[in-house]
Design a protein around this ligand. Structure first.
Ligand code: FE2
Length: 131
């Protein structure tokens, strides 16, 4: 039986359109806010249609030496062209890009997760040094 953690896929984001791409500084100053951007489809655009789209992105931080991650943010993308006229008729689409500002007292690891409605769960990570 599969476990949830094993259902997350990962790959090189430059070659695989589903991977959430994290843009964050590699080194930050303790206690000072910094901004993290997470997006799907940076190099290869992911489809954004009523039938096929990115549903959400979530961002977590695992501080060094701690057992459990902190959830920093979750963002749902809820407009994918649908309207009373049918699929892909509204012209309204949310793009799967988010910006989150945080501060941290310890170094750690950012984990981004995303969901494509037909290609499942995807993940990526980035280490953050704190000085
Ligand atoms: Fe997909």
């Amino acid at each position: 039986m599969a476990e949830l953690g094993n259902l997350f896929q990962s790959a090189d984001w430059k070659a695989e359109k589903h991977v959430p791409v994290i843009e964050a500084p590699e080194k930050v100053v303790k206690g000072e806010f910094f901004t993290i951007k997470v997006m799907v489809g940076k190099e290869i655009p992911h489809p954004n249609t009523t039938a096929h789209h990115i549903r959400w992105i979530a961002l977590y931080f695992l501080a060094e030496g701690e057992k459990f991650p902190y959830e920093l943010a979750r963002c749902e993308f809820n407009a994918h062209g649908e309207s009373t006229q049918g699929a892909d008729t509204s012209g309204v689409y949310t793009d799967p890009k988010v910006s989150v500002t945080i501060k941290a007292a310890k170094p750690g690891k950012l984990f981004a997760a995303s969901l494509c409605n037909i290609h499942g769960l995807w993940q990526s990570f980035q280490e953050i040094a704190v000085t």
